[in-house]
Design a protein around this ligand. Sequence first.
Ligand code: HMG
Length: 445
Amino acid sequence: MTSVGIDAIAIHAGKLKLDLAETFAPAMGDEPEKYTKGLGLHASSFPDTYEDIVTMGANAAHKLMERKGLEPEDIGRIDVATESAFDHSKPVSTYIAGCLEQVFEGDFHHANKGERKFACVAGTQSIDDAYNWIQAGRNRGRSALVIATDTALYARDDPGESTQGAGAVAMLISEDPSLVELSTEQGYGSADETDFLKPQQQFPSVDGKRSVQVYLARMREALVDYQSVAGEVHPYDIRLVPFHTPFPGMVRKAAVLGYRHMIRNTEIEDALAEEIGPQPREEAFDDDDEYLDAVREYTDALQETDRYREWYDRVVDPTLTISRHVGNWYTGSVHVARASGLMELADAGEDATGATMLVGSYGSGAQAEIHAETVQPGWKDEIEALDIDEQLESRYDLTFEEYETVHDAHNHDEERSFQEFTVPDGEFVFDGWGRMGERKYDYVE
Ligand code: HMG
């Protein structure tokens, strides 16, 4: 079977920053630790007034194509994953292709373009589509461009407001990839859920507490399904677990449940039993509530053990570094987690070639997907080419009043025009409206 996976990646973060501890917490009357410790978030990234899902996606794709020396004819598909689309018919990928055609010679007239929607899991689904297209031999030697781009805004005063974020991740899916190879095996956990949705509205209706429970339930189902095809997963065979990360605190909850599941009936459960007892087994309880209480108690104790903490610090924590400073990017979030984990390994000088990652994607509504990825020999060069640290450093730090203005500027119901906070430089910008209500874009040198 052909080796197919992610060959290259580029990230574009919204150019504005809202500091949650310094700026948001005091304005909301909250303790900063609620955000920095509870949710695990320090800042959110926001798009400037001339940025949107198209400019962020096009800027990421442009950077990726330039770095890899690609021309439009090298690309056979452009799939955009987003839940912030502004058009029910014309896909965002056509706008992005139009932008790229302003700066590259040639065009994308023979590339298949589309848009994927399933909340945050759509980016992973687009990678799946590209994988299948290449494995089917339909790609004519060309690669697929997958772009996950979102402006993840909540209504003002919604509990989700502190988890906002904006940015895009562009990924090149190719044969014989340089970064990671994708496993054929996949596991799904999918159910009709009403926890987070946007029925004909820009800002989501969210049942936040329930969304956390649904995330955990679907992720568990996906792990069981994955193991049914890939076999038992041993937690110490995995180097990184990038999860969909709406906020790092969510991943903290998911990771301990995954670990608990993976160590059941293993020598690790036995070793830990001396300290915290064996895992409660459902058949040993007559009453469901008593069983659930026992499971909660075991999980809390597990989380405090040195053995678990060491595993978490090595396998999960590295994936959260970027997320802490950008918030939720919806479709891009799990792909940011992968990049973050690999950046940490590169910074530590580790040779990760051949290492396995278990990637846990999730979208509300709801569906989790788990697959494995094998790190490829070219990974370090690809990861070291990322400039996300510089981007985050140079963001404009908003006051609370400025944040309110930016939120308004991206509210589709607002018709006023707004001043920008930064000066565009070598990037695509939103440039007003066309005669049929389409959005127009320009490249600023
Ligand atoms: P909330 O009411 O703002 O916060 O809602 P909270 O009171 O639950 O506190 C959050 C955490 O901070 C808690 O920790 C507190 O204890 C802690 P936990 O008990 O959960 O471990 N805390 C503190 N810690 C230290 N010092 C303090 C302090 N104060 C409190 N002083 C909620 C939080 C997540 C519900 C909210 O932010 C929300 O609604 N977010 C949006 C929905 C969301 O992100 N859900 C996640 C799962 S669904 C998902 O990931 C899909 C999604 O990406 C969409 C898609 O797929 O398209 C959202």
